[in-house]
Write a protein that binds this ligand. Structure first.
Ligand SMILES: [Zn+2]
Length: 348
């Protein structure tokens, strides 16, 4: 699905933006988590994958031009820039997709780009691709081992130790999407993360989606199990809307280690999120295949963009915690920029 087919900004959204976000947002944003790929890269993905994945159904392709268009429409008062990587789906054209990201880096259409790696890629192949493409890091993904979300896949299954060794040696970062149904709180995930840090102390790992902690219970448990070692990692907020999770993250994580990201082209719909203790349900206005319209048309008419509500929650938590302007600028841009700039030089 190309989200351009359903993306629209209404008058209600414009008023919401003006009243809730415009004055509270910084003037510059660097999105640390964007998937860009062209229709031809997504073309090999079989229909069966779309049938079982709400995220793919919401947005599976996005050119840089589309991304700019969405950002300008959503955040007209903001100079919005992108860190991009492919949509990491096993059946997609990952090589073509990586080449597209490399060309966007070269033409400076994105600020930074990451290379999607597959577990079977030889380190020499990755090293050459990183150097030729100007990538600041790698984006491995459990999908290259199992298409089932939350499958019992280990981190080394899709991020082999030699890929960690290479990233550390080349001074590049890794955006890591944690596997397993227990998310960040899974004891095996924690054990493997600790092993990685013990073995590669200079490695720069950004744990995506705050460790897939979309509910507070996972983040709470993960913080407890990780102990001090949590401070060795960076985190992005992509797709995290829950105010309690956001609050814990801002209270616990070092202030320069949280990065803002939206996870476009997913979540460009009007909608929100509801939570039970251990899971969440997305609600949405648009006629996406997964949408069961559980709250009815009247409630849906009052939804604004998922992203607007998410950012409103982020800003409200910052205000509640009395974070200053410097914190805000770091969160929305400078933290990611500082880390990514440190990955632009090759240390061999
Ligand atoms: Zn993502």
């Amino acid at each position: 699905m190309n989200p351009s087919t359903y993306f629209t900004v209404t008058d209600f959204d414009r008023v919401y933006y003006r009243e809730n976000l415009e004055k509270r947002l910084p003037k510059e944003i660097l999105d640390a988590h964007t998937h860009m790929n062209l229709p031809e890269h997504a073309a090999p993905i079989p229909q069966s994958r779309f049938d079982s994945d709400w995220a793919l159904q919401s947005g599976s392709e996005m050119s840089v031009e589309d991304a700019r268009g969405f950002a300008e429409a959503l955040f007209p008062s903001v100079d919005y820039n992108f860190t991009a990587f492919p949509f990491p789906i096993k059946e997609a054209d990952t090589d073509g997709n990586n080449e597209n990201i490399a060309s966007l880096i070269k033409t400076k259409k994105i600020s930074y780009g990451l290379l999607t790696t597959r577990p079977w890629d030889k380190p020499e192949f990755i090293e050459e691709a990183i150097k030729a493409g100007g990538f600041i890091g790698i984006k491995p993904y459990p999908d290259y081992v199992s298409a089932y979300k939350g499958a019992e896949v280990s981190i080394p299954d899709f991020l082999p130790r030699e890929h960690c060794a290479l990233a550390e040696r080349l001074n590049k970062c890794i955006v890591l999407h944690l596997p397993r149904s227990g998310r960040f709180a899974d004891e095996n995930n924690i054990k493997e993360l600790k092993e990685i840090i013990a073995r590669f102390p200079k490695i720069k790992i950004i744990i995506a989606h705050l460790g897939r902690c979309f509910n507070p219970c996972y983040f709470e448990k993960a913080v407890e199990l990780m102990g001090e070692i949590i401070h060795h990692f960076w985190f992005d907020t992509a797709a995290v809307m829950n105010p309690r999770v956001l609050k814990m993250a801002m209270e616990i994580l070092p202030e320069d280690r949280i990065q803002f990201g939206l996870d476009m082209p997913v979540l460009l719909f009007h909608g929100s999120r509801r939570w039970t203790e251990t899971t969440y349900i997305n609600v949405c206005r648009e006629e996406l295949p997964w949408n069961k319209h559980i709250e009815g048309k009247d409630a849906e008419a009052k939804y604004t963009f998922f992203f607007y509500e998410q950012i409103n929650n982020i800003l409200s938590v910052m205000e509640e915690l009395k974070k200053n302007e410097g914190y805000k600028k770091g969160f929305f841009k400078n933290n990611a920029e500082k880390l990514f700039e440190s990955c632009t030089d090759l240390i061999i």
